[in-house]
Ligand binder design. Structure first.
Ligand code: 0X9
Ligand code: ZN
Length: 309
């Protein structure tokens, strides 16, 4: 079925139904793959978008959404990107000339459903923990690079940044890990969509030291921020997570850089809207995703220009 991204927030099963419809509509240009299941056995799907020329092993841009359940603009943004690349292909063709895009709109499927049905501001997964009182692990503290520091994550299952008992003990983290590792050697841009904060966050999260590739990654963030301010006056800040936000350890972007060797790894904190910042009204969606697309598009173009295939 068609999905009106600007007209509603969708549940995980609605998003999957939409993804399932795409291979039939774009048989030459998309591949839909299920990489695994969530703890509550929801299918976790990943869409690859190409220009249909059949060339294999192009470098890739990997984008994920909904690592955190309550950040509802993130799956909407992932769906909007998909539609820009598929339905608005004529304007975005050059973004697919030498690159393939791999998009996973919902990583934390159980938490996302729970945020629709039970508790709007839920963040973590829904797997029980060693503490019978507290459910859920923060996927963005569960990844296996510099995992387990008390600075930037918590060992307490009742905390919102609980890192789990060990690395990748959440099935959703395993799935995203496998997606990233699948593209090792040609992961030129990893972008994790979160909200909120108007920030481009670069590794490292776990230490105040800057990675070797920091300046190159900063140039990409720079291109995104510049494009957004020119189009809407939207103001972003950018820099290392540790300084611009707060220390985080075991997050996906640190893993993408530290283990998968991504050329550029970044977390994008989309703009705030609504009562708590995580909860835009439906009427906000269009403004948020169109502005954010200007930034994502400019960053992708900068990566493609700088790191030619
Ligand atoms: O704390 C987080 O996990 C992220 N912020 S959020 O408000 N969406 O929860 C930021 C993680 C940033 N990490 C890296 N860029 N390495
Ligand atoms: Zn988040």
């Amino acid at each position: 079925p068609h999905i009106d991204v600007l007209g509603a927030f969708y549940t995980h099963s609605e998003i999957n139904e939409y993804l399932n419809s795409l291979p039939e509509r774009f048989p030459k240009r998309v591949q839909l793959k299920q990489f695994g299941w969530s703890y509550e056995r929801r299918p976790l799907k990943v869409l690859t978008i190409t220009n249909g020329d059949g060339k294999r092993d192009k470098p890739v841009i990997v984008i994920d959404g909904t690592v955190h359940a309550r950040e509802w603009i993130s799956p909407s943004m992932a769906l909007y990107i998909i539609q820009q690349l598929l339905d608005n292909y004529s304007e975005n063709q050059e973004l697919l000339e030498d690159y393939n895009w791999v998009i996973m709109p919902v990583v934390n499927a159980d938490g996302y459903e729970y945020s629709h049905t039970e508790s709007r501001y839920w963040r973590k997964t829904r797997r029980p923990t060693s503490n019978p009182e507290c459910v859920g692990t923060d996927i963005n503290r569960n990844f296996g690079y510099e995992w387990g520091h008390d600075e930037g994550s918590s060992s307490d299952p009742c905390e919102d940044n609980y890192r789990g008992e060990r690395t990748f003990d959440q099935p959703e983290s395993q799935v995203l890990r496998d997606v990233l590792l699948n593209y090792k050697g040609r992961l030129n841009f990893y972008l994790s969509l979160h909200s909120y904060g108007n920030k481009f966050l670069l590794p490292w999260g776990y230490t105040s030291v800057f990675p070797d590739r920091y300046q190159d990654m900063m140039s990409v963030a720079d291109a995104g921020a510049k494009a957004i301010v020119h189009s809407t006056n939207g103001i972003y800040s950018w820099g290392s997570t540790y300084y611009v936000l707060y220390p985080t350890s075991g997050d996906t972007a640190d893993f993408a850089l530290g283990v998968v060797n991504a050329t550029v790894a970044m977390t994008m904190e989309l703009p705030a809207a609504g009562f708590m910042g995580f909860d835009p009204w439906v009427s906000h969606i269009e403004r948020l995703v169109t502005e954010s697309w200007v930034g994502v598009r400019a960053m992708a173009a900068e990566v493609i220009r700088t790191y030619a295939a």
